[in-house]
Ligand binder design. Sequence first.
Ligand code: FAD
Ligand code: MLT
Ligand code: ZN
Length: 458
Amino acid sequence: MARHGLDAVLTRVAGIVGSPHVVVDPEVTRPYTVDWTGRFHGTTPAVIRPGSVEELAEVVRVCAEARVAIVPQGGNTGLVGGGVPLEGELVLSTRRLTALGEVDEIAGQVTAGAGVAISALQERARAAGLEYPVDLAARDSATVGGTIATNAGGLHVIRWGGTRAQLRGIEAVLADGSVVRHLGGLPKDNTGLDLAGLLCGSEGTLGVVTAARLALVPRLPERVVTLVGFEDLRAAVAVVARVRRGLSCLNAAEVFFADGLALVCEVEGLREPFGRSWPVYVLLEASDHDDPTERMSSALAAAGVTGDVAVGTDARTRAELWAYRERHTSAINTLGPPHKLDLSLPLPMLPDFIARLPEVVARHAPSARTWLFGHIGDGNLHVNITGTAPDDEEVDDIIFRMVASCGGSISAEHGIGTAKKRWLHLNRSAAEVRAFRRIKRALDPVGILNPNVLLPPE
Ligand code: FAD
Ligand code: MLT
Ligand code: ZN
């Protein structure tokens, strides 16, 4: 669009949200144009920060009329380059939509604005004796809207499911500026299509989420975290499967490896947990109304655990054990922008898949390093590759094809964004992608909502 046309749009937008909320200073807009990893960059003429759903709807209406593309953005913690303006789009920030309702203790639900941080939502739920079960290391910045748009998974999926499982209703602005609102939260409501379910995981391509009705779970005050060292991954996978069967209050089953732990300890100045290094580490967390420590240790003994075990029953020790796992993301980022391949694999295939990786990476990117960690209970492996150029996708290509040939997914929880759209066909048939395109065209005929993510060019 010609500059004067864009200026006219920004003038109209400033009339809606107020000039201070149309940010054009490149120094201030810069952080909105680079993703968390530093791998994906773009530019934007302006960041727009509406303060209400009405303002946001008006802004979208003006942009639709003028055919100006928009990228919705929440906390900008996404890891697939989906929330940054890759082709000069306007950034529509939801960070001012921070209304957070009182917890409905009878329904066990709360209504939260799209810009509410996950940690703020968790705090509100806890104060009412409840818990928002979606949890992730980015909790202080990731927003309700962003986690819905990506259908974020996180650390507790084995027990409570991911974001879609908590969604009881949604308010969103569609590409023509109309508002769809269904926030009643009825657990049973079969009155037509599930728009909340459709928008969840749509990565800002079908609508801008402005608020959501979310289910909460009971707060289970007694908690134990256990870190176990293993000689090999096959043994770890077998133990996790047995513990899951024997311990119904298990919240999390996470994995990391010796080199990742060493990096985390070096970057964070932490001491390694045991007197010796183990090739594989599994972190397990359980919580219940009464202390699950004994049950955890019986489950581990019954599963045949023989390696070192560290147990955290108080808040400080639990946090120390979690730090070894949660700080992988930031520690790896200190080595330069990684390629983040967030994969799902059938669990029995995980050990062989991992065993093949070093040779594959060494052959195609000899100077690269591979870092592995993830949510072992879900078969969700985070493969991080450092030491390759941001746009060198040869290794990504080979690994995604390996995953697809094992019946796995190229995106377990981070989404497709821009990072993976050229490989969507590995997991989705031509008929499915055609259906995605038809839905996109029906809801966004002009193509103004996040036009450069999820779907590859036709
Ligand atoms: P953004 O990054 O701002 O946006 C992400 C996508 O959602 C973009 O496509 C954007 O256009 C769209 N979007 C944002 N807000 C809206 C809205 N209101 N309406 C419509 N579309 C919108 N992810 C996991 O799944 N599990 C993890 O365990 C996990 N751990 C992480 C740990 C760290 C340290 C970091 C940095 C990231 C982690 N992530 C994880 C990734 C990230 O936090 C999630 O993808 C999260 O859902 C993004 O939320 P956000 O508010 O930052 O969204
Ligand atoms: C995690 O599980 O820690 C996140 O998904 C972030 C990442 O993959 O780096
Ligand atoms: Zn993850």
